[in-house]
Design a protein around this ligand. Structure first.
Ligand code: C2E
Ligand code: MG
Ligand code: MG
Ligand code: MG
Length: 287
């Protein structure tokens, strides 16, 4: 490899990084303003009981109504927010809006829990637990109705502090879910150490499980482990009826995916709940 070729490769590399960073940097600078100016919006995706098909929970998924770029998905800005302090304000915003919405649903007679995606970064904030407690008190929502979804992460910088925070949240009654289970790091070790209530099987194992024997085995093994450890299981990414039925037969408690519902806005979600006449369930009640 000549020096010239190496130089050229380096140049190309640097150009693409610069472009990438410039775009990211401007988005990042705008993200703080976006929170203040209410450009963020939550979509909600139902989790249903695979036993009786009723909605038992909602997952809040963030979108950014960018004035120039249109509706941006979380993949465009979350990892960026996580590397900066912005994730703190963002998670607080998500918690407040989703807790307020869940309370409004409760006042309409819908007893649902709410799942919020929380970054491991949030657990290192001094006042995270206090802030969550303040929000639950303010909106008078039972802590048992709040589920925090977290991905297993190699980024855990301070395992002691992270564990202490998770145990405090658990002591308040808040539930913890491991998101995208099977794709992260040292899954089984975390399962043993953390106060986990729910496992969400990553959609990469769910997608082809009707036809792929290996995927089906991964799903059934995960179910055995989770159930033996006293956890419930959610299958994410259910895109057809055959998959939904198979998961029900395998005694997977909950399901989520485009076949059931895409993530939708508040008014659509209320219509969806009214249509599925979902008013008499309690969260995670299987009957
Ligand atoms: P996640 O928590 O695993 O959420 C599931 C993602 O899969 C969502 O994408 C959802 O729209 C999508 N999905 C759901 N059902 C199906 C399906 O049947 N098929 C397919 N192909 N996809 C499906 P979304 O909304 O783009 O979110 C992506 C990720 O961004 C989330 O993954 C979560 O890790 C993160 N995220 C979303 N909202 C927040 C937030 O408020 N805070 C934080 N920290 N992260 C968030
Ligand atoms: Mg999630
Ligand atoms: Mg997930
Ligand atoms: Mg996933």
């Amino acid at each position: 490899r000549t020096a010239k070729a190496a130089g050229r490769a380096y140049q190309i590399y640097e150009d693409s990084i610069d472009k990438y960073s410039a775009q990211r940097l401007s988005l990042m600078a705008e993200l703080g303003t976006a929170i203040l100016e209410d450009q963020l919006e939550l979509f909600y995706q139902p989790k249903i009981s695979l036993h009786n098909r009723k909605v038992v929970s909602l997952e809040a998924l963030i979108r950014w109504n960018h004035p120039k770029h249109g509706l941006l998905g979380p993949d465009k800005f979350i990892s960026f927010a996580e590397r900066t302090m912005v994730i703190h304000a963002l998670t607080h915003w998500v918690l407040e809006h989703s807790i307020a919405f869940t309370k409004r649903l409760e006042n309409k007679g819908f007893q649902l829990s709410i799942a919020v995606n929380v970054s491991v970064r949030n657990l290192l904030e001094d006042d995270f637990v206090d802030n969550v407690k303040t929000l639950l008190d303010r909106y008078q929502l039972a802590p048992e109705k709040l589920v925090m979804e977290m991905v297993e992460s190699a980024m855990i910088e301070d395992i002691e502090l992270t564990l202490a925070t998770l145990n405090q949240l658990h002591a308040l009654g808040i539930q913890l879910a491991i998101d995208d289970f099977g794709t992260g790091y040292s899954s089984l070790e975390y399962l043993k150490k953390l106060p986990v209530h729910e496992l969400k099987i990553d959609r990469s194992f769910v997608r082809d499980m009707v036809h792929d024997r290996d995927d089906r085995l991964i799903v059934s093994t995960t179910l055995v482990i989770a159930h033996n450890l006293g956890m419930r299981v959610v299958a994410e990414g259910i895109e057809d009826e055959a998959t939904m039925n198979l998961l029900g037969e395998m005694a997977c408690e909950l399901g989520q995916g485009y076949f059931i519902s895409r993530p939708i806005q508040e008014d659509k979600l209320i219509a969806f709940l009214e249509e599925s006449s979902n008013d008499k369930t309690t969260p995670f009640d299987q009957d």
